[in-house]
Design a binder for this molecule. Structure first.
Ligand SMILES: C[S@@+](CC[C@H](N)C(=O)[O-])C[C@H]1O[C@@H](n2cnc3c(N)ncnc32)[C@H](O)[C@@H]1O
Length: 292
C-alpha cells in the first residue's frame, strides 16, 4: 500500500527546482521576451513564476494542488501580470486567438497527455520549453538524439525539437530517480504536411509502427507491393531490411507522398483509425511512467 505522501507524489509528480540561478539560466536559454504571453503548467512553489513575471508581458499559471495554488496566490497577490489558476492543466482551455508560449517543469506522470494537448491544439504554442524525462524527450525528438520514433515522426512535420541542456538529478527536490532535460519544441512557420492530409499522415505512421515485422519490407507489405517498396527504397535511399526507425523523417515524408499518390483507395483504408487505436494503447503505457 502507498502511504498518503506517496499517493500525492504519484498523483502530482512534485519534484521542485530550488536553484534560482538554474531557473535564470534556463529562461536565459529560451527566447522568452517582454512581449510574450506564457503559460506555466504547475507553478509549484513559484520558483519559475517569479522570474517569468519579470521577463514577459503576462503569465498564466495552472496549479492542480490546492495548497500550492493558495500559496502561489499569496506569494503573487500584488503582481499585476500573473494569473494563478487552480485546476488540471489537461482541462484548461488553451488560448484560441493569440500567440503564446509554454514554460514548465512539467509533472512527468502526464507528459504524453500534456504534449498531445499542446501539439494537437487548434492554436498550438509558438514555443514549448519544458523540463521532462530524458528518455521521453529523446523519443519525441528522434534523430539526432535517438532513432526516429513514431512520436517524433508524427510531430516533426509541424515542430522542431532541440534538447537545450541536460539537468542533474540533484537539481530537483526531491532528487529524481530518472534523468531530465530541458527541451524546446518550436512550431514550424510552414508545416510540412498539408492540413487536409494531416489525419492520413498520422494514421499512416501509426499503421507502420503498430504493424509487426522487423523491417520496412514486412511493415509495408500490405500497403505497398514488393515492386513499389523496392522502387521506394532505391529512390529514397533506404534498405528494404532497414527498421522503420532507421529512416529520417525527410525520408518518411517522401514515403508518405508516394502513399498518397501511388496507392489505391482500398489500400489507403487499411490505415484508417490506426492513430486513435494506438493512442489508446499509449495511455496504458504512460501509466508505467507515473513515478520518477
Ligand atoms: C515538477 S513540479 C514543478 C513545480 C515548479 N514549477 C518547479 O519547477 O519547482 C510539477 C507541478 O505541477 C503540478 N501539477 C501536477 N499535475 C498537474 C496538473 N494536471 N495540472 C496542473 N498542475 C499540475 C504539481 O502540483 C507541481 O506543482
Amino acid at each position: 500500500m502507498l502511504n498518503k505522501d506517496n499517493q500525492i507524489k504519484l498523483q502530482y509528480s512534485q519534484n521542485f527546482l530550488y536553484s534560482k540561478k538554474l531557473v535564470s539560466d534556463l529562461i536565459g536559454q529560451s527566447n522568452i521576451c517582454k512581449d510574450d504571453i506564457v503559460i506555466e503548467i504547475g507553478g509549484g512553489r513559484g520558483i519559475i513564476t517569479e522570474q517569468l513575471v519579470k521577463k514577459c508581458k503576462k503569465v498564466y499559471v495552472i496549479e492542480y494542488d490546492f495548497n500550492l495554488y493558495k500559496s502561489l496566490k499569496d506569494k503573487f497577490y500584488d503582481i499585476k501580470n500573473v494569473e494563478i489558476i487552480h485546476g488540471d492543466f489537461l482541462e484548461f482551455e488553451l488560448p484560441k486567438e493569440y500567440r503564446y508560449k509554454i514554460f514548465s517543469n512539467i509533472p512527468y506522470n502526464i507528459t504524453s497527455a500534456i504534449l498531445s494537448k499542446l501539439i494537437f491544439a487548434d492554436n498550438p504554442p509558438d514555443d514549448i520549453y519544458i523540463i521532462l524525462q530524458k528518455e521521453a524527450a529523446e523519443k519525441y525528438a528522434g534523430k539526432p538524439y535517438d532513432g526516429e520514433s513514431m512520436r517524433s515522426l508524427l510531430l516533426k512535420p509541424y515542430f522542431d525539437f532541440e534538447i537545450i541542456r541536460n539537468l542533474k538529478r540533484t537539481d530537483f527536490n526531491p532528487v529524481t530517480s530518472v534523468d531530465s532535460v530541458f527541451l524546446q519544441i518550436k512550431k514550424r512557420e510552414n508545416r510540412l504536411i498539408r492540413k487536409d492530409k494531416g489525419n492520413l499522415y498520422s494514421d499512416f505512421i501509426a499503421y507502420i509502427f503498430s504493424n509487426t515485422g522487423k523491417d520496412m519490407k514486412l511493415r509495408c507489405k500490405h500497403i505497398f507491393s514488393y515492386k513499389q517498396i523496392k522502387r521506394l527504397s532505391n529512390d529514397i535511399g533506404f534498405k528494404m531490411t532497414d527498421s522503420p526507425t532507421c529512416l529520417s523523417y525527410e525520408q518518411w515524408l517522401k514515403v508518405f507522398q508516394y502513399f498518397v499518390i501511388g496507392v489505391s483507395d482500398e489500400k489507403k483504408k487499411l490505415v484508417n483509425n490506426s492513430y486513435s487505436k494506438l493512442m489508446k494503447e499509449q495511455d496504458k503505457i504512460d501509466k508505467l511512467y507515473r513515478s520518477r
